[in-house]
Design a protein around this ligand. Structure first.
Ligand code: UD1
Length: 432
């Protein structure tokens, strides 16, 4: 069992290189299933989620070669197995990304339903709706999604993918990957506009697909019979960049973020500027972040892109526990994504949940204690709280953080944080 042990202390200072985007790399890897050639991805973050998807791809016949810590080359060598097993899918919800490419390319897919997760119900109805619109025959069989394309090919069609919470990143990626090999023209209305979707569309076009309207809610796809190889550099991780920006400002630090796309962080910069942060103009993709004055309270809401991202909700709340007044953060994407509030309370934060909002009254001091990483982003948020808490914070369930933050403690140590990983054999259990 591993813990992260953080001792609160001074400001973070120095430079940190932002890794490639986890959420950007995952659909690109899945898209390589569609290709008849060799695909190469660079700037791929070295994370457990990436390793898990690579394992899944290997099982369905992709030869995955690591060209280095951050470069992966793939080639499909067998189309005999199109089954994504529960044991692998259950490690990571993004495994659902195999469904669209498999049914479009091979005419058949059997992918385990990913199930719920700690941030609340995460349905896949929009994924299925989109694939059905393209002619896939889909049934649920003992916890598996079984999808078949009649006569082996999907048919282009019009589909609206907006859901009750707005557009879906995952459904847009899945249906887009299926539509590029469908016969005829498809139109996806209500498409997600996140940078990760844009990068997927660019990658597919580089493989020979014809997608128009990239970056807009209306994607127009003209199906092609086959796709070739392509090479792409994964975009910098905007969520990781936002996490280090928040860490810099909340510790009163001064940090240079290297390889950052500030144009992907509009709502984050806007919100943090209201808190009192200062961001320099990017120079060769390097941005300086600091917060010279006291942290000001804010009111914000998580939304689909270009709104404030839900994945930076918990780090923002961790920071606002030390702001000079009362903040309100509303969650519009995952209304139940507030497990971290109870952990922050254990550290002395004055936070409460009201419906799908958190009300945060800034306190003078947080106090280090044992806390659980309830999910990936919550884990990072609790480490940030630990950086400004008195004494030592011990973060449990670190595997959540390892899914999405490359070299987390090494990068923080490089900025002057007092953090290390502790490997313990003693069993630890908190009541469920
Ligand atoms: C992706 C990100 C995740 C991020 C989320 C929202 C990846 C691997 N993960 O997740 O980090 O928090 O976007 O920005 O990229 N929904 C439905 N039906 C569906 C699909 C989604 O109702 O079939 C709802 C969800 O419950 C949620 C909203 O739509 O309320 C957005 O979810 P979605 O964009 O699909 O999230 P993911 O792609 O799973």
């Amino acid at each position: 069992m591993e813990h992260l042990v953080v001792t609160g202390g001074g400001p973070l200072e120095g430079s940190v290189r932002i890794s490639g985007s986890k959420n950007g790399a995952l659909p690109l890897l899945a898209a390589t299933l569609l290709s008849d050639g060799r695909c190469t991805l660079t700037n791929v973050p070295n994370l457990t989620d990436i390793g898990n998807l690579c394992e899944l791809l290997s099982e369905v016949g992709v030869s995955v070669d690591r060209l280095g810590p951050h470069a992966i080359s793939t080639r499909v060598t067998s189309e005999a197995n199109s089954v994504a097993r529960y044991e692998l899918v259950s490690r990571m919800r993004a495994s659902i990304y195999l469904l669209g490419p498999l049914v479009a390319k091979r005419g058949f897919a059997r992918v385990s339903l990913p199930g719920g997760c700690v941030i609340g119900l995460r349905p896949v109805d929009l994924h299925l709706k989109g694939l059905r619109a393209l002619g896939a025959e889909i049934e649920l069989d003992h916890g598996y999604i079984v999808a078949k394309a009649p006569k082996g090919r999907l048919q282009g069609n019009r589909v609206f993918l907006g859901g009750p919470m707005g557009s879906s990143v995952g459904a847009t990626c899945n249906v887009l990957m299926a539509a590029v090999l469908a016969d005829g023209k498809s139109v996806i209305e209500g498409a997600a506009c996140e940078p990760e979707v844009v990068e997927l569309a660019n990658f597919l076009n580089a493989m020979g697909a014809t997608i128009e309207g990239i970056g807009t809610p209306r994607l127009v796809i003209t199906g092609v019979p086959s796709l070739g190889g392509a090479r792409q550099r994964v975009i910098p991780d905007r969520i990781e960049a936002g996490t280090y920006a928040i860490a810099a400002g909340m510790t009163g630090g001064d940090v240079r973020l290297e390889d950052v796309r500030l144009d992907h962080l509009g709502a984050v910069v806007d919100t943090l500027e209201k808190v009192g942060f200062e961001f320099s103009e990017p120079e060769e993709d390097v941005v300086r972040v600091r917060c010279p004055g006291p942290l000001q309270p804010v009111r914000t809401t998580t939304l689909t892109y270009p709104g404030y991202p839900t994945d930076l909700q918990s780090p923002l709340i961790a920071m606002l526990t030390k702001a000079d007044g009362i903040s309100v953060v509303s969650e519009k994407i995952y209304p139940d994504r507030f497990m971290h509030l109870a952990e922050l309370q254990r550290m002395g934060a004055d936070v409460m949940k009201e419906g799908s909002s958190a009300v945060i009254r800034g306190v003078e001091r947080l106090k280090g204690t044992d806390v659980d990483a309830t999910d990936l982003r919550a884990g990072a948020a609790l480490v940030l709280a630990g950086l400004v808490a008195e004494g030592t914070t011990r973060l449990h369930k670190v595997y959540h953080v390892d899914r999405g933050y490359e070299d987390f403690e090494a990068k923080l140590t490089g900025l002057g944080a007092n953090i290390h990983r502790e490997i313990v054999s003693a069993s630890y259990k908190r009541a469920a």
